[in-house]
Design a protein around this ligand. Structure first.
Ligand SMILES: Cc1ncc(C[n+]2csc(CCOP(=O)(O)OP(=O)(O)O)c2C)c(N)n1
Ligand SMILES: [Mg+2]
Length: 596
């Protein structure tokens, strides 16, 4: 039988090194699915429960492998379902290709069943490249461009294939004629390095500074050694944006940990007291966590000229690859002989870890969520991969987990969407079946997406060489992060109609799915639960009953927020009593009226 467009699509993807597609079927992609079957399922289709999860998994594949992630959905409803996951990838700058079916080209424009204007629908999320293949001759070139542009722009691209076009006979190579575009596979990355004079200007600023702060983001991932060397020469501290939490380990004494709303106190102090800021591969949006304007001279390194110089009034903006640029900068830097600044940072960091420890070990009703993370942190196996959902889990992930060398971690950094934790962890297991994955999710996020995807875990876990995947559910029957935001930002008491969520037995649900379920409702069960989970022979759900009154507060709390919170608590907050009790125990006395 002659090769079809669908066959050729798969062949071209294989040539590009794509061997996994996360997706869900529908008649808009029937011919592609048939072709996959004929090709022995290579690239392998991983069947999810919902197309949004396929897009999250493609995003996580890109995050955890550095390679293109691919997802596929049918026309109409399937295509629409992909969007949130694709935006997650776009906003976190991950290369993802979405392959989307469409009604037959012969019917387009006819208000046909499931006909959606897909080019318009994907025009924003796949702004770098979206095209519909209506002629077989387009196929190789369109695949090549979709893959190459996704990688080059670190963004989302989209190929739309009407189902009748998928069935047409392929052109192995379009003829060399007018109006034909052949395409080709492969490309080599450029070496991107700023000019010498600019490097020298940056070096002068860094040499003249007496108190240098470094902020590292995910763009510094491949430059960890250079970054640490620069920090050593300059006697600097290193704070990390959330997506860069795993870029340098937390067990180094001068690494101050996360920064921002979910950040640590030493990171805040580092920024407030420095006189020079070196920002590498980050676009942390919160300028109020950076030095006051005018306080510090700034040097930024970023691969993307579109993203540089926007978060802080920088003095030198170096567009370049982080590793190459830091390497070129190093010989121009002078070692700071006065190490007092570095010593202060290290003292702040040591103090902070003591605070984290004591906050984690204070009692709560029934379990302090920080204790769950503290125990996790001390039991994490080498090379573990962590994912966090958006919710209070992200606070504890950011502050309480000590990343060690070799570990990976991610979350929805920029879109901050709920529901990514479990699908991210599933993609981590497919990408690295020999490594332990841990998903840290709230009960709201578990109900939103995690519960359905647990069935995907149940379907596939036997294939993973190390079957350990642990899903921690922070069971607080509350949409806690938002409940706290409403208290701290708006001064609103908890609105139970929007914030309370249904109670559910997640551990029993896991058992029903053939996995291990562990319910934890006493503090001394926390450590043994992690021990059991990390020695299990299959995926585990830890259903931890945690106290919603433990405040996930920013490292410094502004007077405005403290006042708003006091107002919320006094304003008949249903959890008022518990909050006052917890605030006192967490060492936040003075923020709240003592009336418990
Ligand atoms: C898709 C989506 N919907 C809503 C939000 C707003 N939001 C952020 S965190 C959160 C609460 C999460 O609750 P849960 O998963 O139970 O975690 P908790 O904070 O209670 O630990 C909400 C509603 C969001 N970020 N994404
Ligand atoms: Mg919750």
């Amino acid at each position: 039988m002659a090769m079809t467009v669908a066959d050729q699509l798969l062949e071209r993807l294989r040539e590009w090194g794509v061997h996994r597609i996360y997706g869900y079927p529908g008649d808009g992609i029937n011919a592609i699915l048939g072709a996959l079957d004929a090709a022995g399922n290579d690239p392998e289709l991983i069947q999810v429960r919902h197309e949004e999860m396929a897009a999250f998994m493609a995003c996580a594949h890109a995050k955890f492998t550095g390679q293109l992630g691919v997802c596929m959905a049918t026309s109409g409803p399937g295509a629409i379902h992909l969007l949130n996951g694709l935006y997650d990838a776009k906003l976190d700058h991950q290369p993802v290709l979405a392959i989307v079916g469409q009604q037959a080209a012969t019917s387009l424009g006819g208000h046909y069943q499931q006909e959606i204007d897909l080019i318009s629908l994907f025009k924003d999320v796949a702004s770098e490249y979206v095209t519909m293949i209506t002629q077989p001759e387009q196929l190789p070139m369109a695949v090549d461009r979709a893959v190459r542009i996704a990688a080059a722009e670190r963004s989302v691209t989209c190929l739309i294939l009407p189902n009748d076009v998928q069935e047409k006979e392929a052109h192995p190579r379009p003829p060399q004629e007018f109006k034909m575009v052949p395409g080709s596979v492969g490309f080599a990355w450029p070496r991107v390095l700023p000019p010498d004079a600019e490097l020298q200007r940056a070096a002068t600023i860094l040499n003249e500074g007496e108190r240098v702060a470094i902020l590292a983001g995910q763009g510094a991932r491949r430059a960890a050694d250079e970054l640490l060397e620069v920090a050593d020469v300059l006697g600097a501290g290193v704070a990390k944006a959330l997506l860069g939490k795993d870029v340098v380990p937390d067990d180094l004494p001068f690494v101050t940990g996360s920064i921002g709303l979910l950040g640590t106190r030493p990171s805040y102090e580092l920024m407030m007291e420095c006189d020079t800021l070196l920002m590498v591969g980050s676009s942390l949006p919160y300028s109020q966590f950076l030095p006051e304007y005018g306080q510090a001279k700034g040097v930024q390194i970023d691969i993307d000229a579109r993203m540089i110089g926007i978060r802080y009034p920088m003095d030198v903006n170096l567009v370049g690859d982080a590793k190459e640029t830091l390497r070129a900068l190093l010989p121009l830097l002078e070692r700071k002989t006065d190490r007092k600044w570095r010593e202060t940072i290290e003292e702040n960091v040591a103090d902070w870890w003591e605070i984290v420890e004591s906050r984690a070990m204070t009692d709560a009703d029934p379990i302090n969520p920080q204790r769950v993370f503290r125990e996790l942190s001390s039991q994490l196996p080498d090379n573990a991969i962590l994912t966090s959902d958006s919710g209070s889990a992200a606070n504890w992930y950011a502050r309480d987990v000590k990343m060690r060398k070799g570990m990976r971690g991610s979350l929805s950094g920029t879109l901050a969407t709920m529901g990514c934790g479990v699908p991210y962890a599933i993609a981590a297991k497919f990408a690295h079946p020999d490594r332990v994955a841990v998903a840290l999710v709230g009960d709201g996020a578990m109900q939103m997406n995690g519960m359905a995807e647990l069935l995907t875990v149940a379907k596939y876990w036997r294939r993973w060489s190390d079957p350990r995947l642990v899903i921690l559910v922070l069971h607080n029957n509350d949409l806690n992060q938002v409940t706290w935001e409403m208290r701290a930002m708006e001064g609103n008491a908890k609105f139970e109609a929007s914030q309370d969520i249904p109670d559910f037995d997640y551990a029993r649900y896991a058992e029903m799915a053939g996995l291990v379920g562990i319910r934890v409702d006493k503090p001394d069960q926390v450590a043994p639960a992690w021990e059991r989970a990390f020695s299990a022979d299959r995926p585990v759900v830890i259903d931890a009953i945690v106290d919603p009154d433990v405040p996930p507060l920013p490292p410094h709390i502004e007077f405005k927020q403290a006042k708003a919170m006091v107002k919320a608590v006094l304003h008949n907050d249903p959890d008022g009593k518990g909050i006052v009790r917890q605030a006192a125990k967490q060492g936040l006395r003075g923020l709240l009226p003592s009336r418990s």
